[in-house]
Design a binder for this molecule. Structure first.
Ligand SMILES: Cc1ncc(COP(=O)(O)O)c(C=O)c1O
Length: 377
């Protein structure tokens, strides 16, 4: 099957990279870095963007700006990439793992409410796979309880809830531009925020404690160096020009594929409540009703036919060996544990395939389930 490779690059990346290579500044002070920060933050409906070298340090940076540390608790979903939780531990705070919803793969606001204690300082919400979590309920809960909402939007470039983009709901939104992400420079990350004081502090910490307008060797606070390079910014600016079109292609193909499989009862696709006005479709997620062995076989048969398919994470976050040592609190997570056994995802590059390939994938999936062949155009 003709599944596009990822990441993709073209003459535009080469052109912008050449401009950097021919300049005397390859590091974070090249104007491309500030240009990308401005454009991407604006794209995510946020006035400020602070880039960094990956989407793990951006989470750590957000917690550090907020002064979250020893004695504090931060609520996180039980299903995510490890950085969502390790950032909390590295800040010195206690991660509190909470279950996800049955169909959305996103943190369950009701379970969050039950997990709040007087020590809770923040909630980190992950917009899993690119379908935004219920930020309406979570924002309200944060206001009622005096908590910060941090959006881990590593999957959610361009995603929307009621026409407002990921990253613009919390005190900060954290993005990743790692190799597999829908906007990529191999490695890279950014915090976006609407809070000017937060933005200034984050920028200063990420830039060795400097303050704009003051000397290069003037370090006003304890900082570090998280700066993105100009080479990464050049690649990101070029990739960014294709992002909207790619989201449209993925959206059309996701709807086509799910539509072609709408009568196959074995798969429950990720739910998209009406408030989701745009899904980035970083992952096409589903759960299979026939158990783990059938799920694993489903993924193997797709992979054997050339369609990449991942049998979900092998553990919930708290089942990772790191949390045998690191302190944490775990609330009951039956849905997360069930997803480990029955969920799967197709990566976004599958959804960039041409329409004919999407029909072939649907035909293959129907054959795996022994369903009636579909009407082929
Ligand atoms: C949900 C989530 N958060 C954070 C990260 C960390 O980003 P990075 O790999 O850029 O450090 C990732 C993925 O890589 C992720 O999927």
């Amino acid at each position: 099957m003709q599944i596009p490779s990822w990441p993709q690059s073209g003459e535009r990346e080469a052109e912008l990279l050449r401009m950097v290579l021919e300049s005397p500044q390859w590091g974070g002070f090249h104007p491309f870095v500030a240009e990308f920060e401005r454009s991407f933050a604006e794209y995510q409906h946020s006035p400020f963007g602070i880039s960094a070298f990956n989407g793990t340090v951006t989470l750590e940076l957000a917690l550090s700006v907020l002064g979250i540390g020893v004695g504090d608790e931060v609520i996180v979903p039980a299903i995510s990439f490890i950085s969502t939780a390790t950032a909390v531990v590295r800040a010195g705070a206690l991660p509190v793992f909470v279950d996800i919803e049955e169909r959305s793969f996103n943190i369950d606001p009701e379970r969050v409410r039950e997990a709040i204690t007087p020590r809770t300082r923040a909630i980190i919400v992950v917009h899993f796979g690119g379908a935004m979590a219920n930020v309406g309920a979570l924002c309200q809960m944060c206001v009622e309880n005096g908590l910060y909402l941090i959006e881990d939007a590593a999957h959610a470039h361009g995603a929307e809830w009621n026409y407002r983009r990921a990253g613009s709901f919390g005190i900060a939104g954290s993005f990743s531009f790692q190799n597999g992400k829908v906007l990529s420079s191999g490695e890279g990350g950014m915090l976006v925020t609407s809070d000017e004081v937060f933005a200034e502090k984050a920028r200063s910490i990420a830039n060795c404690g400097r303050t704009p307008g003051r000397g290069f060797y003037q370090h006003d606070r304890l900082g570090t160096n998280f700066r993105l390079t100009a080479l990464q910014a050049a690649v990101l600016l070029a990739q960014f020009e294709r992002l909207n079109e790619q989201i449209e292609t993925r959206t059309a193909n996701a709807h086509l594929l799910r539509g072609l499989l709408s009568d196959t009862e074995e798969v429950a696709w990720q739910a998209e409540p009406g408030e989701i006005t745009r899904n980035s479709f970083y992952l096409l997620l589903g759960r299979l009703s026939r158990g783990t062995r059938a799920r694993d076989e489903f993924c193997s048969r797709l992979a054997a036919a050339g369609v990449p398919c991942t049998p979900f994470y092998p553990h919930t976050l708290y089942q990772n060996p790191v949390f045998r040592e690191a302190s944490c609190r775990i609330s009951p997570c039956p849905v997360s544990e069930a997803c480990i056994r029955d969920a799967f995802w197709l990566p976004h590059r599958v959804l960039l395939a041409d329409e004919q390939t999407i029909y072939e994938i649907a035909t293959l999936i129907r054959a795996i389930f022994g369903a009636h062949p579909m009407m082929v155009r």
